[in-house]
Design a binder for this molecule. Structure first.
Ligand code: ZN
Length: 281
Protein backbone atom coordinates (compact mmCIF):
# COMPACT_ATOMS: atom_id res chain seq x y z
CA UNK A 1 0.00 0.00 0.00
CA UNK A 2 1.10 3.55 -0.74
CA UNK A 3 -0.81 5.94 1.49
CA UNK A 4 -0.41 9.62 0.70
CA UNK A 5 -2.03 12.81 2.01
CA UNK A 6 -3.77 14.75 -0.75
CA UNK A 7 -5.18 18.07 0.42
CA UNK A 8 -5.41 16.76 3.99
CA UNK A 9 -7.16 13.52 3.03
CA UNK A 10 -5.83 9.97 2.99
CA UNK A 11 -5.24 8.89 -0.60
CA UNK A 12 -3.75 5.91 -2.39
CA UNK A 13 -0.83 6.81 -4.64
CA UNK A 14 -0.86 4.69 -7.81
CA UNK A 15 1.24 5.42 -10.88
CA UNK A 16 1.45 9.13 -10.27
CA UNK A 17 -2.24 9.57 -9.42
CA UNK A 18 -4.00 9.87 -6.08
CA UNK A 19 -7.30 8.20 -5.18
CA UNK A 20 -9.32 9.32 -2.17
CA UNK A 21 -9.52 6.52 0.39
CA UNK A 22 -12.71 7.61 2.17
CA UNK A 23 -14.52 7.99 -1.16
CA UNK A 24 -13.31 4.62 -2.42
CA UNK A 25 -14.48 2.97 0.80
CA UNK A 26 -17.93 4.51 0.48
CA UNK A 27 -17.34 6.37 3.72
CA UNK A 28 -16.34 3.30 5.73
CA UNK A 29 -12.79 4.62 6.20
CA UNK A 30 -11.90 8.02 7.67
CA UNK A 31 -10.44 10.79 5.53
CA UNK A 32 -7.82 11.78 8.14
CA UNK A 33 -4.49 10.13 7.27
CA UNK A 34 -3.59 9.84 10.99
CA UNK A 35 -6.85 8.02 11.69
CA UNK A 36 -6.19 5.56 8.88
CA UNK A 37 -2.72 4.91 10.30
CA UNK A 38 -3.90 4.57 13.86
CA UNK A 39 -7.01 2.47 13.60
CA UNK A 40 -7.84 1.45 10.05
CA UNK A 41 -4.57 0.28 8.53
CA UNK A 42 -5.59 -3.31 7.77
CA UNK A 43 -8.96 -2.21 6.30
CA UNK A 44 -7.13 0.29 4.10
CA UNK A 45 -4.70 -2.44 3.03
CA UNK A 46 -7.64 -4.66 2.12
CA UNK A 47 -9.15 -1.84 0.05
CA UNK A 48 -5.78 -1.31 -1.65
CA UNK A 49 -5.63 -4.92 -2.78
CA UNK A 50 -9.03 -4.55 -4.46
CA UNK A 51 -7.47 -2.00 -6.80
CA UNK A 52 -8.45 1.59 -7.43
CA UNK A 53 -11.59 2.69 -9.16
CA UNK A 54 -12.04 5.91 -11.10
CA UNK A 55 -9.38 8.09 -12.67
CA UNK A 56 -8.06 9.77 -9.54
CA UNK A 57 -6.11 13.02 -9.72
CA UNK A 58 -2.62 13.53 -11.12
CA UNK A 59 -0.05 14.14 -8.38
CA UNK A 60 0.91 17.45 -10.04
CA UNK A 61 -2.69 18.66 -9.64
CA UNK A 62 -3.06 17.46 -6.03
CA UNK A 63 -1.85 19.29 -2.95
CA UNK A 64 0.38 16.49 -1.68
CA UNK A 65 1.24 16.99 1.99
CA UNK A 66 3.19 14.98 4.56
CA UNK A 67 1.59 11.51 4.72
CA UNK A 68 2.00 11.58 8.51
CA UNK A 69 0.97 15.16 9.26
CA UNK A 70 0.65 15.02 13.07
CA UNK A 71 2.94 12.41 14.61
CA UNK A 72 3.16 12.28 18.39
CA UNK A 73 6.92 11.97 18.13
CA UNK A 74 9.51 12.44 15.40
CA UNK A 75 12.71 10.65 16.34
CA UNK A 76 15.91 11.03 14.36
CA UNK A 77 19.23 9.24 14.59
CA UNK A 78 22.64 10.88 14.33
CA UNK A 79 25.76 9.10 13.07
CA UNK A 80 24.09 5.96 11.79
CA UNK A 81 26.16 5.20 8.68
CA UNK A 82 29.86 4.33 9.10
CA UNK A 83 31.12 6.55 6.28
CA UNK A 84 29.05 9.49 7.51
CA UNK A 85 30.50 9.05 11.02
CA UNK A 86 33.97 9.03 9.44
CA UNK A 87 33.37 12.17 7.38
CA UNK A 88 32.22 14.04 10.49
CA UNK A 89 35.19 12.64 12.47
CA UNK A 90 32.81 11.50 15.19
CA UNK A 91 32.95 8.32 17.24
CA UNK A 92 29.99 5.99 16.76
CA UNK A 93 28.22 6.26 20.14
CA UNK A 94 27.56 3.26 22.34
CA UNK A 95 23.80 3.79 22.01
CA UNK A 96 21.86 5.27 19.05
CA UNK A 97 22.23 9.08 19.11
CA UNK A 98 18.53 9.95 19.16
CA UNK A 99 17.29 13.52 18.89
CA UNK A 100 13.94 14.93 17.85
CA UNK A 101 12.68 17.04 15.01
CA UNK A 102 9.73 18.84 16.57
CA UNK A 103 6.50 18.21 14.60
CA UNK A 104 6.04 21.83 13.39
CA UNK A 105 9.14 21.22 11.22
CA UNK A 106 7.18 18.70 9.11
CA UNK A 107 6.88 19.55 5.44
CA UNK A 108 5.29 17.89 2.43
CA UNK A 109 7.12 15.91 -0.23
CA UNK A 110 7.20 18.88 -2.60
CA UNK A 111 7.04 21.77 -0.12
CA UNK A 112 9.50 24.65 -0.05
CA UNK A 113 12.33 24.52 2.48
CA UNK A 114 12.53 27.98 4.02
CA UNK A 115 16.12 29.06 4.69
CA UNK A 116 16.21 31.16 7.86
CA UNK A 117 17.50 34.69 7.26
CA UNK A 118 21.11 35.27 8.33
CA UNK A 119 21.89 31.55 8.33
CA UNK A 120 24.31 30.29 5.68
CA UNK A 121 25.02 26.78 7.01
CA UNK A 122 21.77 24.98 6.17
CA UNK A 123 22.49 21.43 5.01
CA UNK A 124 20.71 18.47 3.41
CA UNK A 125 20.53 14.92 4.81
CA UNK A 126 18.69 12.26 2.78
CA UNK A 127 17.17 9.69 5.12
CA UNK A 128 14.96 6.64 5.21
CA UNK A 129 12.12 7.14 7.70
CA UNK A 130 9.69 4.63 9.12
CA UNK A 131 6.33 5.15 10.77
CA UNK A 132 4.97 3.03 13.59
CA UNK A 133 1.70 1.22 12.87
CA UNK A 134 1.09 -0.75 16.02
CA UNK A 135 2.65 0.80 19.09
CA UNK A 136 4.28 -1.00 21.95
CA UNK A 137 6.93 -1.17 24.63
CA UNK A 138 9.91 -3.54 24.82
CA UNK A 139 9.45 -4.67 21.23
CA UNK A 140 11.96 -7.35 20.27
CA UNK A 141 14.08 -6.95 17.16
CA UNK A 142 12.55 -10.06 15.65
CA UNK A 143 9.06 -8.60 16.00
CA UNK A 144 9.98 -5.02 15.12
CA UNK A 145 8.94 -4.91 11.46
CA UNK A 146 5.45 -6.08 12.47
CA UNK A 147 5.12 -2.75 14.30
CA UNK A 148 6.21 -0.67 11.28
CA UNK A 149 3.35 0.52 9.08
CA UNK A 150 5.70 1.59 6.33
CA UNK A 151 8.57 3.66 5.04
CA UNK A 152 8.90 7.22 3.79
CA UNK A 153 11.63 9.23 2.16
CA UNK A 154 12.73 12.06 4.45
CA UNK A 155 15.05 15.05 4.61
CA UNK A 156 16.71 15.97 7.88
CA UNK A 157 17.41 19.60 6.95
CA UNK A 158 19.92 20.96 9.45
CA UNK A 159 21.15 24.41 10.34
CA UNK A 160 24.72 23.50 11.32
CA UNK A 161 25.42 26.74 13.16
CA UNK A 162 22.46 26.32 15.52
CA UNK A 163 23.09 22.58 15.82
CA UNK A 164 26.66 23.19 16.96
CA UNK A 165 26.08 26.31 19.04
CA UNK A 166 23.66 24.36 21.21
CA UNK A 167 26.33 21.91 22.36
CA UNK A 168 25.26 18.33 21.75
CA UNK A 169 21.56 19.19 21.58
CA UNK A 170 20.74 18.82 17.89
CA UNK A 171 17.00 19.30 18.02
CA UNK A 172 16.61 23.06 17.56
CA UNK A 173 19.04 23.27 14.64
CA UNK A 174 16.99 20.58 12.92
CA UNK A 175 13.50 21.83 13.79
CA UNK A 176 13.04 25.10 11.90
CA UNK A 177 9.65 25.22 10.19
CA UNK A 178 9.77 23.23 6.91
CA UNK A 179 12.98 21.33 7.86
CA UNK A 180 11.37 17.86 7.77
CA UNK A 181 10.04 16.98 4.30
CA UNK A 182 8.34 13.55 4.33
CA UNK A 183 6.73 11.43 1.69
CA UNK A 184 5.55 11.04 -0.92
CA UNK A 185 3.55 8.20 0.69
CA UNK A 186 3.78 5.71 3.54
CA UNK A 187 4.87 2.59 1.68
CA UNK A 188 4.06 -0.69 3.38
CA UNK A 189 6.95 -3.12 3.58
CA UNK A 190 5.27 -5.73 1.37
CA UNK A 191 5.80 -3.31 -1.54
CA UNK A 192 9.59 -3.65 -1.13
CA UNK A 193 11.80 -6.51 -2.31
CA UNK A 194 14.12 -6.16 0.70
CA UNK A 195 13.10 -3.57 3.31
CA UNK A 196 16.59 -3.68 4.84
CA UNK A 197 18.55 -2.91 1.65
CA UNK A 198 17.39 0.09 -0.38
CA UNK A 199 19.38 2.60 -2.41
CA UNK A 200 19.27 6.14 -1.00
CA UNK A 201 20.33 9.18 -3.00
CA UNK A 202 20.29 12.96 -2.74
CA UNK A 203 20.77 15.46 -5.56
CA UNK A 204 20.96 19.18 -5.07
CA UNK A 205 20.26 21.29 -8.15
CA UNK A 206 21.11 18.29 -10.32
CA UNK A 207 24.38 17.31 -8.62
CA UNK A 208 24.40 13.91 -6.95
CA UNK A 209 25.83 14.41 -3.47
CA UNK A 210 24.72 11.28 -1.58
CA UNK A 211 24.44 7.71 -2.87
CA UNK A 212 24.37 4.78 -0.49
CA UNK A 213 22.31 1.80 0.64
CA UNK A 214 20.31 1.32 3.82
CA UNK A 215 22.09 -2.01 4.33
CA UNK A 216 25.01 0.19 5.46
CA UNK A 217 23.06 1.51 8.44
CA UNK A 218 24.93 0.96 11.71
CA UNK A 219 21.62 0.39 13.52
CA UNK A 220 18.95 -0.84 11.13
CA UNK A 221 15.20 -0.38 11.48
CA UNK A 222 14.55 -3.40 13.78
CA UNK A 223 17.37 -2.37 16.12
CA UNK A 224 16.04 1.18 16.29
CA UNK A 225 12.49 0.02 17.06
CA UNK A 226 13.86 -2.24 19.79
CA UNK A 227 16.03 0.51 21.29
CA UNK A 228 13.38 3.24 21.19
CA UNK A 229 10.74 0.96 22.71
CA UNK A 230 13.15 -0.13 25.45
CA UNK A 231 13.02 3.48 26.67
CA UNK A 232 9.48 4.62 25.94
CA UNK A 233 6.16 3.48 24.56
CA UNK A 234 5.98 3.83 20.81
CA UNK A 235 2.64 4.97 19.47
CA UNK A 236 0.93 4.57 16.17
CA UNK A 237 1.99 7.43 13.90
CA UNK A 238 5.38 8.01 15.51
CA UNK A 239 8.01 8.68 12.86
CA UNK A 240 11.73 7.89 12.98
CA UNK A 241 14.35 9.22 10.56
CA UNK A 242 17.14 6.66 10.52
CA UNK A 243 20.18 8.81 9.77
CA UNK A 244 21.99 10.03 6.70
CA UNK A 245 24.78 8.48 4.64
CA UNK A 246 28.05 10.19 3.69
CA UNK A 247 28.13 13.22 1.44
CA UNK A 248 26.51 15.96 3.51
CA UNK A 249 27.39 19.54 2.63
CA UNK A 250 29.26 20.43 5.81
CA UNK A 251 31.76 17.61 5.29
CA UNK A 252 32.65 18.67 1.73
CA UNK A 253 35.67 20.71 0.67
CA UNK A 254 34.60 23.41 0.18
CA UNK A 255 31.33 22.98 2.12
CA UNK A 256 28.15 22.83 0.02
CA UNK A 257 25.36 24.53 1.95
CA UNK A 258 21.86 25.13 0.62
CA UNK A 259 21.14 28.36 -1.22
CA UNK A 260 18.02 30.20 -2.32
CA UNK A 261 16.73 28.46 -5.44
CA UNK A 262 18.41 25.09 -4.83
CA UNK A 263 16.25 22.05 -5.53
CA UNK A 264 16.78 19.04 -3.25
CA UNK A 265 15.81 15.67 -4.71
CA UNK A 266 15.76 12.81 -2.24
CA UNK A 267 15.03 9.29 -3.38
CA UNK A 268 14.67 5.95 -1.64
CA UNK A 269 14.51 2.92 -3.93
CA UNK A 270 10.99 1.52 -4.08
CA UNK A 271 9.67 4.16 -1.66
CA UNK A 272 9.67 7.29 -3.80
CA UNK A 273 11.16 10.71 -4.22
CA UNK A 274 10.89 14.12 -2.58
CA UNK A 275 11.50 17.34 -4.46
CA UNK A 276 11.92 20.46 -2.32
CA UNK A 277 12.94 23.93 -3.45
CA UNK A 278 14.91 26.16 -1.08
CA UNK A 279 13.58 29.67 -0.65
CA UNK A 280 15.00 32.55 1.35
CA UNK A 281 13.03 33.20 4.53
ZN1 ZN B 1 20.03 13.26 10.10
Amino acid sequence: MRLANADGRAAFLVDGRVHDVATMSGGALPSDPMAVLAGHWSEAAALWTQGTTGAGIAVEDADLRAPVPRPGAVFAVGLNYHRHAEETRAEVPELPAIFTKFPPSINGPFGDVVLPPDEDTVDYEAELAFVIGRGGRHIREGDALDHVAGYLAAQDISCRRVQRAAGNQFSMGKSFDSFCPLGPAVVSLDELADPLDLRITCRVSGEELQDSRTSDLIRNVPELVAFLSSVLSLQSGDVCLTGTPAGVGVARTPPRFLRDGDVIETEIEGVGALRNRCVAG
